[in-house]
Ligand binder design. Sequence first.
Ligand code: UDP
Length: 374
Amino acid sequence: MEYKHLIVGAGITGCTIAQRIAEDLGEKVLVIDIRDHIGGNCHSHINAETGVEVHSYGTHIFHTKEKRVWDFLNRFGEFNSYRHKVVTTYQGRTFHMPVNLQTINSFFGISLRPHEVENFIAGKSAEENITDPQNLEEKAISLIGRELYEAFVKGYTLKQWECDPKKLDASIITRLPFRHTYECDYFTDRYQGLPWNGYTKLFKNMLDHEQIETKLNTDFFAIKEELPENCKIYYTGPVDKYFGYCHGELTWRSLRFEYRVEAVPDYQGSSVMNYADIDVPYTRIHEYQHLHPERENKSGRTVTAREFSMKWKQGDEPYYPVNTDGDRKRLELYLKEAARLKNVHFLGRLGQYKYYDMDKAVLAALKFCDENLA
Ligand code: UDP
């Protein structure tokens, strides 16, 4: 195929840009991916023993405040009405997560009312005298006090990032709300759910256009030299890899999943159970059947995955940008290199080294198209 546009990576960013180029410009697009499937880390597969849809790279819940993003994705498939709720286990007891009134009252064995929470927590965090929180630990303590921080955040965060929470960015913890009520939905966004027919079908529909061709098992670096002249490249792989790691590696966390088919119809009663204790080696257990309450699992068994966080090294899947001071300096150098390339755009979580949620990745891709496809 003769094409003017090459998308590197068939994840949520790549699929969005491919779709917009094909539809808005009516020009031919080639989408390549080094993996043997589309959908990037949102990919899912069916477990043969149970028929349960398993998210191959950990649970991905779609949620957004942006009507534009929601309307865009709904063109390619409907979503179910799943609302994410997370339970966390600490020293053998279970609590709501994010921290809410149930978490506080059960943890301290009290029965505060919503209007009493602010003073209660202020009393606890006042002991620390943190006026301008500079890192994840200070931010968390200023929000929930030291005892709740040590129970529900410190161990989990140490396992997840393998880094002193004092060295992590405060923004990581502000992803989680802190509630003075019994509200236990993880997200408050107006639009939420899981693709009714699965993630893979959604991405297939996005790429189902006569102007789009998709090639899997295709390594960009193996074909880079043979690309047509003036081909525009939309690169959603790791930015440091593009430049041969010439300014050093950006730091990532990677994940490992241990799958089990459990011989019970329901293992934990929730799609995600976090484990806050440092001595439990995994951060959480996923139980995928709960993501689709509208589907019937007749197998009498259920699929779980224990999630282990680990240091990333070349060859591993990058999941979370660690974003240390050194990373920020290296990123600046890579962005300068990137700005010099007229025909290459760097996009998505890996291309921009940003902790994007799915909806933010779609929104950024749509805005990029607004500004660059005219
Ligand atoms: N976190 C925590 N305890 C929990 C859940 C999350 O301390 O039970 C912290 C942890 O540092 C984590 C961050 O909050 O990295 C963001 O959590 P989120 O659930 O948004 O992470 P994701 O779903 O993207 O892995």
